[in-house]
Ligand binder design. Sequence first.
Ligand SMILES: [Zn+2]
Ligand SMILES: [Zn+2]
Length: 418
Amino acid sequence: MISAIRGTRDILPGEVERWQHLEAIARQVCERYGCAEVRTPVIEREELFEKGTGQATDIVQKEMYSFTDKGGERVTLRPEATPSLVRAYLEHNLEQAMGVPKIYSIGPMFRYERPQKGRYRQFHQLDVEVFGIKDPMVDADVIDLAWRLVQELGIQGVELIINSVGCRRCRPVFNAALLAALGDDLPRLCADCQRRAATNPLRIFDCKVPADQPIIDALPHSADYLCEECRTHFDAVRRHLQTLNIPFRPSHRLVRGLDYYTRTTFEILASSLGAQNALLGGGRYDGLVKELGGPDRVGIGFAAGLERLVLAMPEDAGVPTPLVVFVAAMGDAARDVALVLVRDLRRAGFRAEIDYEGRSIKAQFKRADRLGATHVLVLGDAELADGTVTIKDMRTGQQAPVRRQEVFALLKEAEGAA
Ligand SMILES: [Zn+2]
Ligand SMILES: [Zn+2]
């Protein structure tokens, strides 16, 4: 028997309904905010992520599914969506086509990480990206979209945290201040922090090693080292969030694990998820489009982990239509009528099922039970003779004959009551 690859999983009936619900809500919310869907390939040139995600990131250094294809080209299964969406935006000149390109994408990502609870090598993300707008109002609007999504999914106990990591001008000043503050403590930090100090000191704030925390807690905050423009921008983002009545907490340690972020960074956390509690995260990436060979255009977006959202959604989210109708038939003539009836029920929007094998009425009721049928419609010789059907409500055990064409109205009424 061949099993699924380590770190990958099947999403089966019973769970998949929650995914469908999540995806439907995500599409609705994105489209209400003016975002159009873009579907990019899961496979891209390796250099797209080396340049886009950044050479110094853990993703590019340790986690990419990269290989040489039969044509000798280096290719990668996408570890994140933003570089692909920037590529598509440039390749198809979406700026000309859309004015303000606002796009979203839903699909699988691939990272070769150590599999652990709730973390998979194939995982899924919703990505939202808006290009070309410098005004901080767009930061607040994108955060509002993310906040709305979480609300409409019914997720409780959520918190928005925000920060500003500065720009190309003020970041070097802050990095220098970080290194100066670290001073003699630097050699006492973990190996990852040593590497970060050399490549991107800001990312020391990502460190989770307990022994490093007292040193990291004493470091200066990026928000105190912003240039005039970055400070004005951050103030405006906070003001807009207040105007929108979105509660937030500034968090100086929120730097995000990617190299391309500038100015605003944000995350929405869910208290129910424990240590891995970020539902989604994002920020501005004002240099990325140019980095990938495009014009000097700014961008802002976020990525939401669908696995986490599914976990954080309420128990009853995505429960399918409450009624399941089973049509039980006895005798060949009745089976013919049942086949048409089950088709008509489905056309009318009901989940309806039938026995294919002409088994005993007892066996048919047993199957109805297994399917969780709320109603069984029985068709026998007597019902055929007078144009009725016996309807049994499986939840109460009550049964009664009804005229066949009245079944639909009756079930609609039961659906409304459920
Ligand atoms: Zn700045
Ligand atoms: Zn560390």
